[in-house]
Design a binder for this molecule. Structure first.
Ligand SMILES: NC(=O)c1ccc[n+]([C@@H]2O[C@H](COP(=O)([O-])OP(=O)(O)OC[C@H]3O[C@@H](n4cnc5c(N)ncnc54)[C@H](OP(=O)(O)O)[C@@H]3O)[C@@H](O)[C@H]2O)c1
Length: 317
């Protein structure tokens, strides 16, 4: 199907867990997509080419976040950018540079080729990593993680997201870019890509005796497909502004395990739970006021487990 004029967007990190669902959603909405991947020939990105409408409306570009020219080539000719690419958890301080400098490179490239609208995938990691969190009410978009606190805990991923998002807002303000950021909590859901991503592993480990004991913390969960819809919603709604927390379900680890057990009784689940180390939560009220809604958790869990079974990541029961 031919794409409509004015609906050309770039998605960085197109082959990742979030990127793949976002590309799929955009193609289904008749956008033309410039997807950046580090290696278009790599088998790990092959799934993108078989998405519906991909043969007509998806063009893959080889780009690295630290290679400014490669980003400019991918963004040229677009009306907007969705920036999802970022190194996801590793204990290493090295992820700061691609996350922070990479985000600024994306924004500079937007300026160079006159793109004015950018949706940035940030994280609750940029909201809720701070000392003395409120426990009597959920945190909203006015909260920012404390970079010194992240540093003192060697929490490089949270620091990378906090710094990337705050510098992105500063840069955008100075340079006339309309920046929207979406801050998801733990993202799960069926995988389109064949390589494992960090957040899917959290759920897979629950099904495979991956934890001897589990902290009975409050888990905040969003479905990757609902996130993809949120990203496009903030892009399309002219009244959208600033930051949006994206989360759907608040559930204790123990209840999550009980829910999975009911659905899939034969897997080997953790049965030792430790007391949680502090309780806090965040709210997506702002995003819901914009018109966002989400599917039930049970649907997310079933679709996730079925997708892991299909790709052999967990056995049939
Ligand atoms: N999953 C979650 O629970 C969660 C929660 C909150 C926020 N987020 C955010 O969501 C976004 C997507 O994460 P994800 O869960 O989809 O993880 P993912 O599957 O690991 O995707 C990350 C993507 O970033 C790309 N990337 C990393 N470093 C890069 C670099 N130097 N240059 C170009 N591309 C680079 C990766 O490309 P390669 O495939 O080439 O490595 C991959 O496509 C990230 O910004 C993450 O911080 C995720």
């Amino acid at each position: 199907m031919a794409a409509e004029k004015g609906r050309v967007v770039c998605v960085t990190g197109a082959g990742g867990f979030v990127g793949s669902w976002l590309v799929k959603h955009l193609l289904s909405k008749n956008f033309t997509v410039h997807g950046t991947v580090r290696n278009p020939q790599d088998e790990k990105n092959a799934h993108l080419k078989s998405l519906e409408n991909a043969s007509e409306n998806l063009k893959l570009f080889k780009a690295d976040l630290l290679d400014y020219k490669s980003l400019t080539a991918a963004i040229a000719g677009c009306n907007g950018v969705f920036h999802t690419a970022s190194p996801v958890p590793s204990g290493s301080v090295e992820l700061i540079e691609p996350a922070v400098k990479g985000t600024l490179n994306v924004l500079k490239a937007c300026c160079e080729v006159n793109v004015k609208k950018v949706v940035f995938v940030s994280s609750v990691a940029a909201i809720a990593v701070l000392p003395n969190k409120p426990t009597d009410r959920p945190m909203d978009e006015t909260f920012w993680s404390d970079p010194d606190f992240c540093r003192s805990n060697n929490d490089w991923y949270c620091l990378s997201k906090t710094q990337a998002e705050s510098e992105a807002f500063e840069f955008s303000k100075r340079n006339g870019i309309d920046l929207l950021s979406v801050c998801p909590t733990l993202i799960i859901g069926p995988m389109l890509q064949h390589t494992m991503n960090a957040s899917s592993l959290v759920l897979i480990k629950l099904l495979k005796e991956g934890y001897e004991e589990l902290e009975n913390r409050l888990r905040m969960i969003v479905d990757v497909r609902d996130l993809a819809e949120a990203l496009v919603l903030v892009y399309e709604k002219p009244e959208a502004n600033g930051r949006y927390i994206c989360t759907s379900h608040l559930i204790r680890s123990k209840e999550l395990v009980q829910m999975l057990k009911k659905l899939y009784p034969a897997y080997k689940y953790p049965n030792k739970f430790t007391d949680p180390n502090g309780i806090f939560s965040v709210t997506s009220e702002k995003l819901q006021r914009l018109g966002w809604s989400y599917r039930p958790l049970e649907e997310t869990l079933v679709d996730s487990v079925e997708s892991y079974k299909q790709s052999g990541l967990v056995g049939d029961e």
